[in-house]
Write a protein that binds this ligand. Structure first.
Ligand SMILES: [Zn+2]
Length: 261
């Protein structure tokens, strides 16, 4: 059965709301939900805006400073959990369609870009990245060539995709790039040799996609994200956020976190 069908059923039965409420109550709202999006097509802009409206009613924005303070347990979310909206791959539509809406609702965007794709057709330019940064958004590194890590990667490849890409991005935006974001995230795409290179390259945070809320003092190299498609209706969005996916990913998450430790 399609996820959307299950999500709709759960929504109509009040299960999504009940589970989200339960998660919030259990954690005293003190967690961050990190979402990952990809393209934000013009045709999905209205739907994306309805997601943002829901987030703004039920979550608090988490800017970079708050994110760092929260991980150090120097900041707590009390009335509403935090939310971080991340966008993978550096698509131009993120700049054109997503960023203005993020600003309208007061959200910080976290844009994970591949240094080798910047300025290419359909991807953001250096000026656009600079503009996002100026507006308070955050740029993270998503390898150089949108590379899926593997056990057969030579150290040269790892240096190019992880270390060099950080330097290239930093040179472009004239600022530190502290976030690394793994590509693909499917089974087998997290490997220890790449993890070691990520640490050695000086990244402070690594973002993954095995769905789990972020808590204070959690491992900064295991920032888990929950996937959301822009075209999904609110019942599916709520289904993704209510904790079901965290349970669904439990086994994979444990494996991937063991590899990247
Ligand atoms: Zn990607």
């Amino acid at each position: 059965m399609k996820k959307e069908v299950i999500a709709k059923f759960c929504d109509q039965a009040g299960i999504n709301d009940w589970m989200l409420h339960r998660l919030n109550r259990k954690t005293y709202n003190n967690y961050i939900r990190v979402i990952n999006y990809h393209e934000i097509y013009l045709k999905d802009k209205r739907q994306f805006e309805s997601h943002l409206r829901f987030y703004s009613e039920n979550f608090s924005n988490c800017n970079y400073k708050t994110f760092e303070a929260f991980l150090r347990a120097e900041y707590s979310f009390m009335y509403k959990p935090g939310i971080m909206l991340t966008f993978d791959d550096g698509f131009k539509d993120n700049y054109e369609n997503a960023a203005p809406l993020l600003e309208k609702y007061g959200f910080t965007g976290y844009f994970m870009v591949s240094s080798g794709l910047i300025g290419k057709k359909k991807y953001m330019s250096v000026d656009e990245l600079m503009d996002l940064k100026k507006k308070g958004h955050v740029i993270g590194c998503h390898t150089h060539s949108h590379h899926r890590m593997s056990n057969t990667d030579s150290q040269d490849i790892l240096n190019k995709e992880i270390t060099k890409s950080k330097e290239i991005l930093q040179g472009m935006i004239h600022d530190e790039v502290n976030i690394f974001c793994w590509c693909f995230g499917d089974k087998g795409s997290y490997v220890n040799s790449a993890y070691k290179t990520i640490v050695k390259s000086g990244y402070k945070y690594a973002f993954m996609t095995d769905s789990y809320p972020i808590y204070q003092r959690c491992n900064p190299m295991h920032i888990q994200r929950t996937n959301i498609q822009t075209y999904w209706d609110m019942s599916t969005v709520k289904f993704q956020l209510c904790g079901f996916m965290d349970w669904w990913f439990m086994k994979k998450r444990k494996t991937d976190e063991a590899i990247t430790t």
